[in-house]
Design a protein around this ligand. Structure first.
Ligand code: NAD
Length: 287
């Protein structure tokens, strides 16, 4: 091992951050490639973000993962924003390039890679996405570039419509948005190839909740849930019970992390190592 003074430091900042799986995942990846990097979790309160970013810049932080509640607010403290992150309006990864902090968003890329493992060709596929928050925006931007027919349903209808209108203009694609209720959901699910839950519904500790049950799921459907704790959400259990294809949120977590790893190290990430580290940690915590 090289001297500790040469160690490149990466961190996840958020609040809360204690539950983050990123330190385990990234440290396993650095170790597997024998890189002199280390990754820690730092709790940063919302009102202390500016102070924290200044301090991290001063100590020469190499890379950051950014999680709730800082993904949007951090933009104003960075020196450059990558185009995709700017369009999404949120940053989940930062690279320190010669003292310049550059913001990226790898969430959508991670989700797309997770979905493509099961559905390699998305062109023309009918996709229903539940939610219009941060995760949904990131996924919407990457999905709309794949020529899918996208329907966005959200509890607050206006937010779904605004996101859909923006994506439609930008990609000239077939995108629509409406309020999420029983009727719109039933209509949307009657003719769909891929269903994405991009809300926190089903997340621990409210693991018995789901926006869609097996009665509305056909075996031909692919169901992707962004929630990764628990690994198998109630939605994914309901989908598996009727023989539908499932994609869990841990896959997205690993693939967005793999993309961040590449930004920091300029190397391809050891995805298998990261996946095993995340899986072991989820099992160890009994999630
Ligand atoms: P957010 O607060 O920005 O958005 C939350 C969304 O959920 C909103 O659209 C809201 O309307 C909807 N929602 C919440 N409760 C609802 C309910 N009862 N019924 C209907 N809709 C409801 O949050 P976010 O950053 O988009 O995160 C959403 C989920 O995605 C979280 O569980 C988060 O952990 C997960 N996530 C996973 C990954 C990953 O890598 N797997 C990455 C980012 C976020």
């Amino acid at each position: 091992m090289e001297s500790a003074s040469k160690t490149k430091l990466c961190a996840v900042i958020g609040d809360p951050v204690e539950h983050s799986l990123s330190p385990v995942m990234h440290n396993a990846a650095f170790k597997a490639l024998n890189l002199n990097y280390t990754y820690i979790a730092l709790r940063v309160e919302k009102k202390k973000l500016r102070e924290a970013v200044d301090w991290l810049r001063n100590i020469g932080i190499h890379g950051l993962s950014v999680t709730m509640p800082h993904k949007v607010d951090i933009i104003k403290y960075l020196d450059q924003i990558d185009r995709l992150a700017e369009d999404i309006g949120a940053v989940n990864t930062v690279l320190n390039k010669n003292g310049q902090l550059i913001g990226y968003n790898t969430d959508g890329i991670g989700a797309l890679r997770a979905i493509k493992e099961k559905v390699p060709n998305l062109r023309g596929k009918k996709v229903v996405m539940l939610g219009a928050g941060g995760a949904a925006r990131a996924i919407g931007f990457t999905l709309a570039g794949e020529d899918v027919e996208l329907t966005i349903l959200n509890r607050t209808g206006g937010k779904a419509v605004r996101l859909a209108d923006f994506l439609k203009k930008m990609f000239r694609g077939m995108v629509s948005g409406s309020k999420l209720d029983k009727r719109t959901l039933q209509t949307a699910l009657s003719n769909v190839d891929i269903l994405i839950n991009a809300t926190e519904v089903g997340m621990s500790p409210r693991t018995n909740e789901t926006l869609v049950t097996r009665r509305s799921i056909k075996p031909s459907l692919t169901v992707f849930d962004v929630v990764y704790a628990p690994l198998e959400t109630r939605l994914l259990r309901e989908a598996a019970a009727v023989g539908a294809t499932t994609v869990n949120g841990a896959k997205m977590l690993v693939y967005q992390g793999a993309e961040a790893f590449k930004i920091w190290t300029r190397l391809d990430a050891p995805v298998e190592v990261m996946w095993n580290a995340v899986l072991n940690e989820i099992r160890r915590r009994g999630l």
